[in-house]
Write a protein of this length. Structure first.
Length: 201
């Protein structure tokens, strides 16, 4: 794994290594790259604004946030982000994190599919929203220098991510009517995802 892209670094330590290992093992390469890019986008956005944030918490949450879209962790009843929150609580219990920190990891994952969180209220949740939005639908890409975007995609290629991710969301929408993914699909989100500027550059 490349641990630095355009001056933005990933955290060191056991928690980050374990999250990377689990994500790489259970996600396909396109989804794994998306998870890593989401971290780099959020971290770059934070550093550009001089924000203080918990890098380890953010990295672990970013690497776990979509694992409940994969067959081993998919829930047939819960929206994937809620199932992902539970997965994060189990994973971080294994790391020995205290309950409050485990709750935070789960919260970040659930909130990344909710309305925007103010950065003053919850910086790490906002960073995950920024990172995933930029990487999935291209929202807010103008906030990032083109050279950074190019370096990130070169380090972690898209690998047909948009089409495969749209397929995952369609599946969620069909099986779990009323979930956040289903609402996005119904609102025409697919066109934004398939037209992401990261795939057109």
């Amino acid at each position: 794994m490349l641990t630095e892209v355009a001056g933005i670094k990933v955290p060191e330590g056991h928690a980050a290594q374990a999250a990377r290992l689990v994500c790489a093992e259970y996600a396909d390469e396109a989804l794994y790259h998306h998870s890593v890019r989401s971290y780099f986008f959020g971290a770059a956005w934070a550093e550009e604004r001089g924000l203080d944030y918990d890098r380890e918490l953010f990295f672990v949450s970013a690497l776990l946030h979509d694992l409940s879209l994969t067959p081993p962790f998919d829930s047939h009843t819960l929206p994937f982000e809620e199932a992902g929150g539970h997965l994060a609580r189990v994973f971080t219990a294994g790391l020995g994190w205290p309950d409050a920190r485990r709750d935070r990891a789960a919260e970040l994952i659930v909130l990344h599919m909710r309305d925007d969180v103010a950065v003053e209220q919850d910086v790490e949740s906002r960073l995950l929203q920024v990172g995933t939005t930029a990487d999935v639908s291209g929202g807010g890409l103008d906030a990032f220098d083109p050279s950074f975007r190019e370096a990130l995609v070169r380090a972690y290629p898209r690998l047909g991510f948009a089409a495969s991710f749209v397929g995952l969301f369609r599946d969620q929408a069909e099986r779990k009517p009323g979930c956040a993914a289903g609402e996005l699909v119904a609102a025409g989100w697919e066109a934004r995802a398939l037209g992401n500027g990261l795939d057109l550059g």
